[in-house]
Design a protein around this ligand. Structure first.
Ligand code: PLP
Length: 273
């Protein structure tokens, strides 16, 4: 019998499938569920990858992607949409059309441009589309420092404040630039939230050793869930950064290269049965 009393906001995650379960849709499902929402999913592309790198990206036809999104949007009251790897500029076109038709739903974009192992995951055409047409539809985007420099085309010497300013001018509501890729401080990771009204929030965490696969997905999905549950942008950012840091700190290895964030660290631990 289903419970009519428990309210679970629905978060729609749009992204690619990683068969290793580190990044992409599986990361989204785990992080959205762990943060109190129901994950609905639409697959943009399949990938062939292991914990080291992505070797193949297989986009789904755009019409099949939009049909998945429409099935969820027409049936459920969706509280937030999280977007990760888009896979093709045709997929982006379809998603952009749907977002324009549902302007009331907050959109959180993790601008996935390259795999942790280095493989390029966007074409120049898709990058332009994200910059010019998708960013203006987003409540929040969560680039790392490398993605912020590429997306803003501001040049790596321009500095993070300038990159954020350019991204805000492109039309997104706010920008959270994560600091894991900025290794200028060996002990700390500094994350910066920029808002259109220029207020900023800075949160620092101890830098953890090693590399993790799906940390960006985890953060953006946790943010979408927290925003979907009605938290303010600042509270959602705090919740999602704390959650993601804990996932990484309690992460584990399944393969030869990058570790997997432990997105279920608050459920049964491996040894507690
Ligand atoms: N989504 C998919 C399907 C991916 O393959 C990747 C990276 O390879 C990502 C998202 C982004 O992963 P991360 O969160 O490690 O940046």
């Amino acid at each position: 019998m289903h419970s009519k009393t428990e309210h679970r906001p629905v978060v729609l995650a749009i992204g690619g499938h990683d068969p290793g379960g580190g990044a992409g849709i599986q990361a989204d499902i785990e992080a959205i569920g762990a943060n109190g929402c129901h994950p609905a999913t639409a697959i943009t592309c399949l990938t062939v990858q292991d914990s080291c790198n992505v070797s193949q990206l297989i986009p789904l036809a755009a019409e099949h992607l939009t049909a998945q999104c429409k099935a969820v949007l027409d049936d459920c009251s969706v509280s937030a949409i999280k977007i990760g790897l888009l896979g093709s500029s045709q997929a982006a076109d379809g998603v952009i059309r749907l977002l324009r038709a549902s302007p009331q739903i907050p959109v959180i974009l993790d601008p996935v441009l390259a795999a942790g192992g280095g493989s390029e995951l966007v074409s120049e055409q898709l990058l332009d589309k994200i910059r010019e047409e998708l960013l203006p539809l987003c409540r929040l985007i969560t680039p790392n420092t490398v993605e912020a420099a590429r997306l803003s085309a501001g040049g790596s010497s321009a500095g993070l404040d300038r990159h954020a300013e350019i991204l805000l001018q492109l039309g997104c509501g706010s920008v959270l630039i994560t600091g894991t890729h900025d290794e200028s401080d060996p002990n700390r990771v500094i994350n910066r939230l920029y808002r259109a009204d220029k207020q900023t929030m800075i949160r620092q965490y101890p830098r953890l050793p090693g590399e993790y696969h799906g940390s960006g997905c985890t953060l953006a999905a946790a943010l979408a869930a927290s925003i979907g549950r009605g938290q303010s942008l600042e509270n959602a950012t705090q919740t999602a950064l704390d959650y993601s840091w804990n996932c990484l700190q309690k992460g584990y290895r399944t393969g030869r290269c990058q570790s997997i964030p432990n997105r279920w660290f608050e459920t049964l631990s491996n040894n507690s049965r």
